[in-house]
Design a protein around this ligand. Sequence first.
Ligand SMILES: [Zn+2]
Ligand SMILES: [Zn+2]
Length: 173
Amino acid sequence: MYINISEFIQNENELIYKDSGTCDISGAFPDQDFSGSASFDVLISKVDNKELILDLDIDYTYTKPCDRCLKKVENTENTKYQAKLSNTEYKDDYDEIEDIDVVSLYQNEFDVCKLINDVIVVSIPMKTLCEESCAGLCPKCGKDLNKGECNCDTDVIDERFSVLKDFKIDEEV
Ligand SMILES: [Zn+2]
Ligand SMILES: [Zn+2]
């Protein structure tokens, strides 16, 4: 979804631009078993007639496998994002050190859904668990230990599940 703010930029009396919409965010992690959608409110403000500040308020719901047992988990999150929109009519002082993200406009428009996918990649919680107490899979036979114990000697770690073993080490830190 593209947002075009040509009219907003040209209209000197208009200082706030508002819009809302929805995006598919399944492409945020193309190499993972991930899917989801986001709804957003966008607000663009003219600041001192020289800067365009973008504020996004994003509610998103996604599905991905539990880090321990691989069962599909659905989560809902909210994240907020602020950036400066870069436009030739609103020239910046380039000597200034930027402490805010800059989103480039092309012909006064930008792809808000592409931006939201990028924001979600960095804001999504690191850990996805079906439950805090999820017992995970047996590192040897792969059995879902939430459904009961297996008879494995778990001192021997199967290489195929070494990724899951690493997750457990991280959690002890
Ligand atoms: Zn789990
Ligand atoms: Zn086992």
